[in-house]
Design a protein around this ligand. Structure first.
Ligand code: NAD
Ligand code: ZN
Length: 348
């Protein structure tokens, strides 16, 4: 089959690789009909996250059709159209039982193979899905395949960020980063009851989208977000900050923006070795800092009804659609925000 594979820093290639095969009886093979490039793929692309083997099939956002099932698979049959979270989960361990499916004891991240171990990704013609019964979902009625792909990661992650921020009516909230995840966090914050949402970025088109999604846009290249938020809050700072950028700058800024006793809900993947603020600084703010991988499989049932109701314009963030064969160009455009790129969908 053909797939987009990792070959080195900023080097993604469309190449022939071995077809995936059923490896354990709980696996299915999905023929990918639609997949996407995520901001998380960029950490690998730019070399901020290392360890992935050359020739690993990239990607963890995909949807498609079941073409083969292992002997133990009960919930899916050949021909089913399915959507998937970005990690696998068993559905019955302690972590699955508390809704932390991202930390399932058997969880694997799609698109991460290291020293021969791990799981190939969905930016490919076919993908092997372990623990299929508890990982996959049939494409729900009334939602498109593209919406299904968005549900498997970025909508779930944005809404998870908002959920973890414990939003209360009347509060003032900040979303940091207006990439796909941050934009979904704005919608999530609205869904959880926020009325005053500031959104920070430095890309005019992304800020414009944030405005359309109901936030007050703050251009960090032109104004000081700390001054803007503190002025709006009588010097206190925000009740909650949803951090969806993921670098030392953004974590420090989240700290500077949050009020004493407030919450930083960080979903941005920060690859720095240490926090930029000290334990004492955290103590001095009575800070709550929550972070981690989104349990997308647990979030998906909560957001699917919103997709079915067409409550928010989720799909409007898709700016580019191209063939999987042109995926290397898709990475380049998305990574460097060329052509006002916000989200790239790829069709094998
Ligand atoms: P993205 O790269 O498209 O978005 C990041 C945004 O931050 C961009 O719009 C960029 O302009 C903005 N930004 C970067 N530096 C800035 C600065 N100094 N000032 C102002 N704005 C700045 O990526 P995305 O797909 O939206 O993902 C965002 C983050 O979420 C990534 O770190 C990604 O790895 C992470 N993520 C986490 C999970 C999870 O489970 N926790 C899931 C998906 C993605
Ligand atoms: Zn992703």
């Amino acid at each position: 089959m053909k797939a987009l594979t990792f070959r080195g820093i900023e080097d993604i290639q469309y190449e022939s690789v071995a077809d995936p095969e059923i490896a354990t009886p709980t696996d299915v093979i999905v023929k990918v009909n639609c997949c996407a490039i995520c901001g998380s793929d960029l950490h690998v692309y730019h070399g901020r996250e290392t360890g992935i083997d050359a020739h690993t099939c990239m990607g963890h956002e995909f949807a498609g059709e079941v073409v083969e099932t292992g002997n133990a698979v009960k919930n899916f049959a050949k021909g089913d159209v399915v959507i998937s979270p970005f990690t696998t989960s068993c559905g019955h361990c302690y972590y699955c039982s508390i809704g932390l499916t991202a930390r399932c004891i058997q969880s694997q991240l799609f698109g991460w193979v290291q020293k021969g171990k791990g799981l190939h990704g969905g930016q490919a013609e076919f993908v092997r899905v372990p623990l299929a019964d508890s990982t996959l979902m049939k494409l729900p009625d009334g939602i498109s395949l593209e919406e299904g792909v968005l549900a498997g990661d970025i909508i779930s992650t944005g809404f998870y960020s908002a959920k973890q921020a414990q939003i209360k009516r009347g509060g003032v909230y900040v979303v940091m980063g207006c990439g796909p995840v941050g934009l979904m966090a704005i919608l999530g914050a609205r869904e959880y009851g926020a009325e005053n949402i500031y959104a920070i970025d430095r890309e005019p088109t992304r800020l414009e989208m944030a405005r359309r999604f109901g936030a007050i846009a703050v251009d960090a290249s032109k104004e000081d977000p700390v001054a803007v938020i503190h002025e709006a809050m009588e010097g206190r700072g925000a009740d909650g900050v949803m951090e969806a950028i993921g670098n030392a700058f953004s974590v420090q800024l989240a700290y500077d923006l949050v009020r004493p006793g407030g919450i930083i809900s960080a979903v941005g993947v920060c690859t720095e070795k240490y926090f930029p603020f000290s334990p004492t600084q955290a103590y001095d703010k009575n800070l709550t800092y929550v972070t981690g991988r989104c349990p997308a499989r647990a979030m998906m049932p909560l957001i699917i009804p919103l997709l079915q109701q067409k409550k928010y314009p989720f799909q409007s963030i898709i700016t580019h659609r191209m063939a999987l064969a042109d995926g290397a160009k898709g990475y380049e455009i998305f990574a460097h925000k060329k052509d006002n790129c916000l989200k790239v969908m790829l069709q094998p």
